[in-house]
Design a protein around this ligand. Structure first.
Ligand code: A3P
Length: 311
């Protein structure tokens, strides 16, 4: 992995190579512990550069999430809400591009040293990140741009995560153990959720905290809250004509997963269809024993006990 880091800014390289490592997820992604969270080694240079350099525009909108928590969906919804006057549903970027191409992850572009691309995007930009709240620079946290965060019940997160990055490398039971220890990309998952949750309580105008399960249960309400929060509320006229329902339908799992662009296209190791699996709340039941579920629930309870937060 030192080899992969060759050619990077040396100050990052030295720092990264000094960090504790967890090789269980390699290949292709060993993780390193930095400021209490496990980051994917090859993404870390991008994260550090983003932290040092990235300055949002005041009208940017940031989508933040722990991995496998509904990022693809929240990106699609936010992008569609923001650009609803610009694009019709019959000729829409999301029909040809995966959500992740419409809403770029800032740290990935910094990592590829292609951050100039972000500057070419017209305002209002919708941008994304997977980093924890405390990793965001003050230029982001003190800026006016709203942050929308989505979290998901941890048992479903680890199942989804294992299908995406662990399945060919290790049995589910091993991935489960690593998840419980917090040793997963961007983990520990609970700490990630807690940071955004607490920040949203302190600063409710800055951070909208969404739950995947709530969005699944009542997507229309979720989309209206989202639109209000990011400053693109629906007019009475739009509501009357059923635009909210249309957006929900357009960004639904069944609609997006069947598009050609989302059927096994994509770059490198991560194919677009990896982002569309089952989208079922409670799918953990098909993968976990009762003991495993209890073990994970206990950790969740303990982690959130003092915060008042529940899934
Ligand atoms: P499952 O693996 O449980 O099916 P992320 O986008 O953060 O990587 O999260 C991926 C999870 O969100 C996957 O969960 C995926 O199926 C689900 N998902 C993707 N698109 C969705 C959509 N439009 N609506 C609801 N869930 C979606």
């Amino acid at each position: 992995s030192e080899k992969e880091l060759e050619g990077l800014d040396s100050k990052y390289k030295e720092l990264i190579c000094s960090l504790e490592t967890e090789e269980a997820w390699s290949p292709p992604c060993p993780i390193r512990k930095y400021q209490n969270f496990w980051q994917i080694e090859h993404v870390l240079p991008g994260i550090l550069a983003m932290q040092e350099v990235f300055k949002p525009r005041p009208n940017d909108i940031m989508v933040a999430s722990f991995i496998k928590s509904g990022t693809t969906w929240l990106k699609a919804l936010t992008f569609t809400i923001v650009h609803r006057k610009k694009y019709s549903f019959s000729c829409h970027p999301l029909l040809k591009l995966n959500s992740h191409d419409c809403v770029p992850h800032i740290e990935f572009y910094y990592g590829l040293q292609d951050e100039q691309y972000l500057e070419t995007l017209p305002s209002p930009r919708v941008l994304a990140t997977h980093v924890q709240y405390s990793m965001l620079s003050e230029s982001v946290t003190a800026s006016r741009c709203p942050i929308v965060y989505i979290c998901r019940e941890p048992k479903d997160v680890i199942v989804s995560l294992w299908h995406m990055i662990g399945r060919s490398e290790m049995p589910f039971t091993r991935a489960f153990e690593l998840f419980c220890e917090g040793r997963v990309p961007y983990g520990p998952a609970w700490d990630h959720v807690l940071e955004y949750y607490t920040s949203s309580l302190h600063n409710p105008e800055k951070i909208l905290f969404l739950k995947y399960e709530e969005m699944m249960n009542d997507p229309i309400d979720g989309v209206m809250r989202l639109a209000n929060f990011i400053g693109f509320p629906f007019s009475e006229e739009e509501k009357k004509t059923g635009l909210v329902e249309e957006i929900v339908e357009f960004c639904s799992f069944n609609k997006l997963k069947d598009l050609d662009v989302n059927k096994n296209n994509g770059v490198g190791n991560v194919k677009n269809d990896y982002y569309f699996r089952k989208a079922i709340v409670g799918d953990w039941q098909t993968h976990m024993t009762a003991e495993m579920a209890t073990k994970l629930d206990k950790i969740t309870e303990k982690k959130f006990h003092d915060s008042g937060f529940t899934f």
